[in-house]
Design a protein around this ligand. Structure first.
Ligand code: SF4
Length: 171
C-alpha cells in the first residue's frame, strides 16, 4: 500500500484488537460478486427493502464490482459473532481513513438494526455508524472468504460454527 502512513500489518492487528477473530489483507480482484446474491436478498430474506442498507436501495452487484475495481486492497474481517462485525469495520474504516487512505469504505454484515424503523424517505439517522452488508451489495461472501483461506459453511443448525464477515476497502 502506498498511502502515507499505511501499514497493513497494523490494520490487521487493530482489527483483532477491536474484536475480530481474524483479518486478512486481500486484493480486491479476490472479492467476488454475483447476481445470485441479490436474488437471495429479494426472495427469501425477510429484511428485503426494510432499510436503506438493503436491496433494492443498496448498490447492485454490477455497481459493487465497478467500485471494487477502483481499489487494489481490502481487509477481510472475520468474526464469530461475539463482537459485532459492523462495529469493528466502522471503527477500522475510520482508522484507515485517518491513516491517509481517503477512499476507505466499510461493508458490514447483516441488515442494519440501528433504528427500530429505518428512515427510508430521508437521510440515514446514524450515517457515521451505518454501512451496508457485503451481501446486501452483491458480494459473494462464501467465495470471498474461501479464496482468502478463511472458514465459511452453510449453517444447517444452531450447533454449527458461526462465521461472520465484513470488509474494509483500503486503497
Ligand atoms: S441507521 Fe437507521 S436510518 Fe440508517 S440505514 Fe440503519 S436503520 Fe436506516
Amino acid at each position: 500500500m502506498k498511502a502515507k502512513g499505511t501499514d497493513a500489518a497494523a490494520f490487521l492487528k487493530r482489527a483483532v484488537e477491536l474484536g475480530a477473530k481474524d483479518a486478512k489483507l486481500i486484493p480486491t480482484s479476490r472479492v467476488f460478486t454475483g447476481e445470485w446474491v441479490r436474488l437471495k436478498c429479494q426472495f427469501g430474506c425477510g429484511a428485503y427493502a426494510s432499510s436503506r442498507n438493503c436491496p433494492p436501495y443498496s448498490p447492485t452487484p454490477d455497481r459493487t464490482r465497478r467500485i471494487l475495481d477502483e481499489y487494489r486492497h481490502a481487509i477481510l474481517v472475520h468474526g464469530d459473532g461475539t463482537t459485532g462485525i459492523r462495529e469493528i469495520v466502522v471503527k477500522l474504516e475510520r482508522e484507515v481513513f485517518l491513516a491517509g487512505c481517503h477512499k476507505a469504505f466499510a461493508y458490514a454484515c447483516g441488515p442494519c438494526s440501528l433504528c427500530k424503523e429505518c428512515n427510508l424517505e430521508g437521510a440515514c439517522r446514524h450515517e457515521d455508524d451505518s454501512r451496508p452488508a457485503m451481501e446486501a451489495c452483491g458480494i459473494d461472501v462464501f467465495a470471498t472468504a474461501r479464496a482468502a483461506g478463511l472458514p465459511i459453511e452453510v449453517v444447517t443448525s444452531h450447533d454449527c460454527a458461526q462465521n461472520y464477515y465484513g470488509l474494509v476497502l483500503v486503497e
